[in-house]
Design a protein around this ligand. Structure first.
Ligand code: XMP
Length: 433
């Protein structure tokens, strides 16, 4: 079913996503398109009912002002202008400052645009589209247990049932309880059974990482080994035609439109070899993160899985500073579990964007049971951000910090000190490596 939609034309705004979100918040689907989109391209967008010309700081791109396509500007679709003044037949386009939701609501009403963008509708449409695309062929998905891959799995399960095969690679760098949760949710609650392949690759990864202290080398080893393990598992399976991916809309936007700077290139499964020859299935590619979470909940995934905080691909490997050792990895895992538990008890998990612990490769002197100890410190990191490009430090009440310190030094073997990292980003990054 073609739902009504509004296209956002990118005339150099830094806030295209914000404008697209505002339109969706009114119940109307929206997509961001290049400033010089043509009528031919717009005609291929089913349900297109209006255009928003969205200007901003990057209007002059590489010294040249971005010019609207004359045919598009003159077409009879209703138009709004944000931070630009374009005119048609001597009349300025109606303005919207991008914040007043009322202006947008009146515009939607006046032009009879139907508000039919809902997550239930999205699921229904996607299930039908996936069944049509996939038929009775099989789809393979790397299921990390993160929000995006979990929601893709749940959506594919709804659409194609036992034609979905998931591979969950435990590289030994996951948080406490994570592999167990993936197995119990997908094998049991969602009924996947043996179609969820669990690969215990802990020794393989940790052996490869032995004595490797350089952060970039560690990241590369983890990424490359992940692909190798996944590829080995894929080759054991018969007649897989598709590869599922958890690509979401911000991944596409951040990879760069014509005028937006390329913030980071996203590699979802990290450059799989071409000879695997799968066709891609990316059912979340239209969704913002909060929409992905809403879809996940509507599909019956546990709240904690859908609302979990961001977690880097290399996992605890970048929080166990320098060369990874098994005992230090356990100290990271255990202290992280305590931190998460105490943050949840205090309601801080709702307030803080990302929080975790880090264990550096140093020792300090302490006292335990009246005797000298020579043990490691644990560092707590808790930051707030909207885009992960800059981040500020969250003020954690001392009584809560005190409780966490107490538990960590008493429950995590080999730890005698807890530090709180007060560095914002920049100059630090959120992760330590
Ligand atoms: P930094 O440390 O660069 O982190 O300030 C910004 C955000 O990105 C997460 N992060 C990663 N996420 N793969 C990911 O999917 C990675 O390799 C990776 N490295 C960092 C980090 O946790 C933070 O949320």
């Amino acid at each position: 079913m073609a739902r009504d939609m509004i296209a956002i034309l990118d005339f150099g705004s830094n806030n295209n996503a914000g404008i697209a979100r505002a339109v969706r918040a009114c119940g109307v689907y929206s997509e961001i398109v290049a400033h010089d989109v043509t009528m031919e391209q717009l005609k291929k967008m089913p349900g297109l009912k209006a255009l928003v010309y969205n200007g901003g700081a990057n209007r002059a791109y590489e010294g040249q002002e971005l010019i609207p396509d004359a045919g598009v500007l003159a077409c009879d679709l209703p138009k709004l202008a944000v931070n630009v003044d374009f005119s048609v037949d001597g009349e300025n386009l109606p303005c919207w400052n991008g914040n007043e939701q009322n202006v947008l609501n009146v515009f939607i009403e006046k032009n009879g645009i139907e508000r039919n963008w809902t997550m239930e509708g999205f699921i229904e449409d996607q299930v039908a589209a996936l069944r049509k695309q996939i038929g009775d062929k099989k789809v393979l998905l790397a299921l990390s247990g993160g929000v995006d891959s979990s929601v893709v799995a749940a959506l594919l399960l709804r659409a194609i049932g036992d034609k979905l095969v998931c591979v969950h690679v435990n590289h030994g760098l996951l948080r406490k309880g994570e592999p167990e949760q993936v197995i119990s949710v997908f094998r049991e609650e969602m009924g996947m059974g043996d179609n969820l392949v669990y690969v215990d690759a802990v020794d393989r990864f940790l052996n490869k990482l032995e004595n490797v202290a350089d952060p970039e080398k560690k990241r590369k080893i983890i990424g490359a080994e992940f692909i190798r393990v996944f590829e080995e598992e894929a080759r054991k399976l018969d007649d897989i035609s598709f590869l599922g991916q958890g690509t979401i809309y911000p991944d596409i936007l951040e990879s760069g439109t014509k005028t937006a700077k390329n913030i980071k290139s996203h590699h979802n499964v990290g450059g799989l070899p071409e000879d695997l020859q799968f066709e891609l299935v990316e059912p979340l590619a239209q969704l913002f993160k909060d929409e992905v979470r809403a879809v996940g909940e509507a599909l019956g995934l546990p709240h904690g899985m859908v609302y979990r905080q961001p977690f880097p691909g290399p996992g605890l490997g970048v929080r166990c500073i320098g060369a990874i050792t098994r005992d230090r990895l356990e100290q990271v895992r255990e202290s992280d579990a305590i931190l998460r538990e105490e943050f949840a008890k205090a309601g801080l998990d709702q307030k803080v964007w990302q929080y975790f612990t880090v264990v550096p490769d140093i020792h300090s002197v302490g006292v335990r049971n009246h005797e000298r100890s020579f043990e490691r410190p644990v560092i707590i990191r808790a930051v707030n951000t909207t885009d992960a490009i800059t981040a500020s430090i969250e003020e954690i009440p001392y009584d809560i910090l005190g409780k966490i310190v107490n538990r960590i030094v008493n429950e995590v073997p080999g730890v005698n000190r807890v530090l709180y990292d007060l560095s914002p980003k920049p100059c630090a990054t959120i992760e330590w490596e």
